[in-house]
Design a protein. Structure first.
Length: 216
């Protein structure tokens, strides 16, 4: 359904959509003082489906984990999980959730543009809403950072705003061509499929891409 068919869903969106827009990594901590549009308090349906079909496996990294729902999801199915985010406020909430749910997850305050600092590799990397916040330079830097953290055969699952999403609020839209171009060297793009990305400021999900990208 169109935005016009759900005016109540998007009431006030123009006033709050700047929170979804581009920010420096260090700015995100301040945003967690309030309710952020991407923190829905549960895993995204697209990632739940991946977990349910056994596609999330091995050692898992939730890159730009926010308050940790996807790392917690991985731990809940018995996987070794790490979450990294530059916002200490988000990591504090994630750690509290882990304690409350009796789950063991390592949460790290750190920069996803410098995953080498972890000194580890991961079989599965999950990215919900991180890639689409980067400008061109940081996008390339992130892919290089990711390459050092994923061994051959590992997989990166990325959920991002797609160019199918109408309007100009929020982060930049990502095209399939941009995804292919960003991961042209040392990676294999296995699939890019439409998927919902749920947000707190509308009952209608954002139109996103779910990309499955394997390390060559």
């Amino acid at each position: 359904m169109s935005e016009a068919e759900h005016p109540h869903d998007l009431a006030g969106l123009a006033d709050r959509a700047d929170v979804l827009g581009p920010h420096r990594i260090e700015d995100f901590n301040a945003l967690y003082a309030g309710t952020v549009p991407w923190d829905i308090g549960r895993p995204q349906p697209a990632f739940l489906e991946l977990a349910g079909t056994g596609r999330i496996r091995g050692r898992v990294l939730d890159a730009g984990c926010g308050t940790g729902e996807h790392a917690l999801m991985a731990a809940g199915i018995g996987l070794e999980a790490t979450g990294i985010d530059a916002a200490p406020a988000a990591i504090a909430v994630a750690e509290r959730k882990a304690r409350e749910r009796g789950l063991t997850v390592r949460f790290v305050v750190g920069n996803a543009l410098d995953l080498d600092a972890l000194g580890e590799q991961f079989d599965t990397v999950l990215d919900c809403g991180l890639f689409h916040v980067f400008d061109d330079d940081d996008r390339a830097r992130f892919v290089r950072s990711l390459a050092g953290a994923v061994p051959s055969g590992g997989r990166y699952y990325m959920l991002c705003f797609s160019d199918r999403q109408p309007g100009d609020w929020g982060p930049r839209r990502v095209t399939q061509a941009e995804i292919h171009s960003s991961f042209a060297e040392g990676w294999r793009v296995e699939s890019i499929e439409p998927a919902p990305l749920e947000i707190t400021i509308s009952t209608d999900p954002v139109q996103a891409w779910l990309s499955v990208i394997a390390r060559a």
